[in-house]
Unconditional design. Structure first.
Length: 233
């Protein structure tokens, strides 16, 4: 699964692109349905790592960068650039969990700590430990700033839909639609909700997608694609 590199974490272009992350849904559609919350969170949260300063925060950034390096490391074989590798996914997960847990404990309340908490949730979700992943995302949703809380809620909605709590998932996404942030736009939440409603309530999914079809860019393209997949009236 594609990930933004650690070098790119400090470029401003992702601040501009974050409002158009609905394109992500179409480009990684298979992965989203396969991996649920984890497939979304790890990719999207990195867009949030763009505000930073100097001094103490540089130390936090370095620690997060090192933790991400573990998460990005390949499993098996030899790294093309001679970097870090792991013999098994289990060994990699153990080291990543250790690194991110250390960050959340040492820097609670910081952006880096919140991002680390996201990664913990994503790793747990990949492992199929959705109850633990939910707790990790809830931590950020309840205590993080608005930007990261919105991302946490977006991930939680996927977990809710994944285990049959449809009403809770829909309520969460509608709240995000009513309270958009720079990291989770109204359109992104709207498309996510429509995607989950397509099979169970196609009429409501159609209502959600219809006004988005005339929008320019990736939002309109995704809306048109999904609209075409709805059952005929």
């Amino acid at each position: 699964m594609a990930r933004i590199t650690r070098k790119e974490l400090k470029t401003d272009k992702f601040a501009l692109e974050v409002e158009h992350t609905a394109e992500f849904f179409e480009e990684h559609r298979t992965e989203i349905f396969r991996y649920g919350a984890a497939g979304l969170v790890v990719l999207v949260l990195i867009f949030g790592y763009i505000w930073y300063s100097r001094g103490q925060q540089a130390t936090r950034e370095q620690a997060l960068s090192q933790a991400i390096q573990v998460q990005e490391a390949p499993v098996g074989g030899i790294s093309a650039n001679g970097g870090l590798t792991f013999a098994t996914q289990q060994a990699k997960d153990q080291e990543a969990i250790k690194a991110f847990t250390g960050l959340t404990g040492k820097y609670p309340g910081s952006s880096e700590g919140e991002i680390a908490q996201y990664y913990l949730g994503a790793i747990l979700a990949d492992q199929g430990k959705l109850a633990e992943a939910e707790k990790s995302f809830q931590e950020v949703a309840q205590k993080g700033n608005d930007k990261y809380a919105a991302l946490a809620k977006l991930s939680l909605a996927q977990i809710y839909f994944g285990d049959g709590r449809d009403a809770q998932g829909e309520s969460t996404l509608r709240d995000l639609m009513a309270h958009p942030t720079v990291f989770v736009s109204k359109e992104q939440a709207q498309i996510t909700l429509a995607r989950y409603l397509m099979g169970k309530n196609p009429g409501e999914a159609r209502k959600l997608l219809d006004p988005l079809r005339t929008m320019g860019g990736s939002v309109g393209q995704v809306a048109i694609t999904l609209y075409g997949e709805l059952p005929q009236q």
